[in-house]
Design a protein around this ligand. Structure first.
Ligand SMILES: [Zn+2]
Length: 226
């Protein structure tokens, strides 16, 4: 059976470094996945000022940095999974240290405009408008489902369309140098191993990763080869 053309469009936008922002446009909704960084998201909002929902694949600032700004400008609610860690960002301390260092330099005006975003951005997202749970749908038509995929962080999720076999993988699967692979920064090995098994059971044709270009997943084994 051939599927008729999907009732949605997916737009791919570069954000800070290799990170990516995705927009799912359906007939009545515009769902922004990982708004990324302010100076990258503002041009998106020029073409799409009517964002209806902001979905975060996890609370890392390269993904959620612009979320409060987009929420302020569009009134779209911010949704994410619950986090086990409400007091600290889930990364090795050295990352936090580097971020603070760069931010202090940015505040002192040492960088070009894009990096001065660091001066205005929250290291940690204070709150979201609603909590996503495994199995929830993010769209009204019930095409895009939340799959809880902890391991990289406790709040990591993927967004999956069983019908169209599309996976927005956040940082669980990344493709920064056109070599798709599992993420290496893992905060909980056991959870991540469970997540790998969970994803291996899904029918997936195309992955939209949190870092790097979308790619066709012809064979799940490719994820284990790098
Ligand atoms: Zn991350």
């Amino acid at each position: 059976m051939k599927l008729s053309s999907p009732p949605f469009e997916i737009f791919v936008y570069p954000s800070l470094g290799t990170s990516r922002t995705y927009l799912i446009k359906t007939k009545s909704e515009k769902i922004l996945i990982d708004p990324g960084w302010p100076s990258f998201v503002l041009p998106i909002l020029k073409s799409h000022p009517d964002i209806s929902l902001i979905v975060l694949t996890h609370r890392h600032y390269d993904h959620h940095g612009a979320a409060p700004l987009v929420n302020k400008l569009t009134r779209a609610p911010i949704v994410a999974a619950a986090t086990a860690n409400t007091t600290a960002i889930e990364i090795p301390p050295v990352h936090t240290f580097i971020f603070k260092l760069i931010r202090s330099w940015a505040r002192a005006g040492f960088f070009f405009p894009r990096l001065t975003d660091f001066a205005n951005i929250a290291l940690k997202l204070q709150s979201v408008d609603a909590i996503l749970k495994d199995g929830d749908f993010i769209d009204k038509s019930g095409l895009f489902k939340v799959v809880s995929t902890p391991g990289h962080t406790s709040d990591s999720i993927c967004i999956y369309s069983p019908k169209y076999q599309i996976l927005f993988s956040g940082d669980t699967i990344v493709n920064p140098f056109n070599k798709p692979r599992w993420v290496r920064l893992i905060t909980n090995r056991q959870q991540f191993s469970d997540t790998q098994h969970k994803i291996a059971r899904l029918q997936i044709k195309k992955v939209y990763p949190g870092h790097g270009e979308p790619f066709l997943l012809t064979d799940a084994k490719m994820l284990y080869e790098h």
